[in-house]
Design a protein around this ligand. Structure first.
Ligand code: ZN
Length: 259
């Protein structure tokens, strides 16, 4: 309670009354925080670009015991992520990452490793060249990394039924319901299984531990990138127990880009 200061990412901003805005942040020290930025609609100078998704800011706020909403005092821009804001595909991926974080974390529940991974992930997306070639792979790895940090790590290295190592499984399949790979024996009788290449599973598994800055170096083919999306997106929605709206936007965008 009282005056607080933390690094934060802007998740969402909505207008509130004549001149105020309500801002949703994911902060490093306090988890998700919602605040009122007084006069933010009129006085653009006080919050230059710093209340727009997905800005990384140095946030100062005041918290009252009697209110769920904090009072945003200042939000000083650390990173604007112009590369993300200027590219619809990068923007849709950033939205998806923030949507996962917003769904899976509580207000005032800090998760510093998650915050740090998110900032590094957004920084990577922001500056990534050759997005068309590298973007899909990097995106799936970042999604898998954030889900793992949130406690939703997919079982990729061995059968989640009997622990048989991936290398010993003849025809690996991924079970959305079980949250991981199944061997031939454990898969019998199971429904909704996705056949998936060993190479795709290995790429995703390595991405969970690799340094985030190294993720663009992983080599994806159109098939492994497609398989990773078919696996990780339904997995994320099943684990979170809800539909991710950014995925719909992402799919609509993909249809526009390549009809
Ligand atoms: Zn098994």
């Amino acid at each position: 309670m009282g005056h607080e200061r933390t690094a934060a990412i802007v998740i969402k901003t909505t207008d509130f009354g004549e001149s105020d805005r309500i801002v949703h942040f994911f902060t490093r020290e306090f988890g998700r925080v919602r605040g009122v930025a007084k006069g933010a609609k009129r006085s653009l100078r006080r919050f230059i670009g710093s209340l727009e998704f997905p800005a990384h800011v140095d946030l100062r706020f005041f918290e009252k015991k009697t209110s769920d909403l904090v009072r945003v005092e200042t939000a000083t821009l650390k990173q604007q992520f112009a590369g993300i804001r200027g590219d619809l595909e990068k923007l849709s991926e950033a939205s998806l990452l923030l949507e996962i974080v917003a769904f899976a974390t509580g207000e005032h529940e800090p998760h510093r490793p998650l915050f740090d991974a998110l900032v590094r992930g957004l920084t990577l997306i922001d500056g990534l060249n050759e997005w068309e070639r590298k973007g899909p792979g990097v995106s799936r790895l970042l999604e898998t990394r954030l889900l793992s940090l949130l406690g939703f790590e997919p079982g990729l290295a061995a059968c989640v039924g009997c622990r048989k190592p991936l290398d010993d499984i003849l025809h690996p399949v991924f079970s959305i319901a079980r949250g991981g790979v199944l061997c031939d024996a454990c898969a019998s009788g199971e429904r909704n299984l996705l056949p998936v290449g060993r190479d795709t599973l290995r790429l995703l598994a390595q991405g969970i531990r690799a340094d985030i800055d190294l993720l663009p170096r992983f080599t994806w083919s159109p098939r492994t990138a497609r398989e990773a999306a078919l696996l990780i997106h339904p997995f994320a929605q099943a684990q979170l127990g809800r539909e991710l709206r950014s995925l719909r936007f992402m799919e609509a965008l993909a249809r526009t880009v390549s009809p």
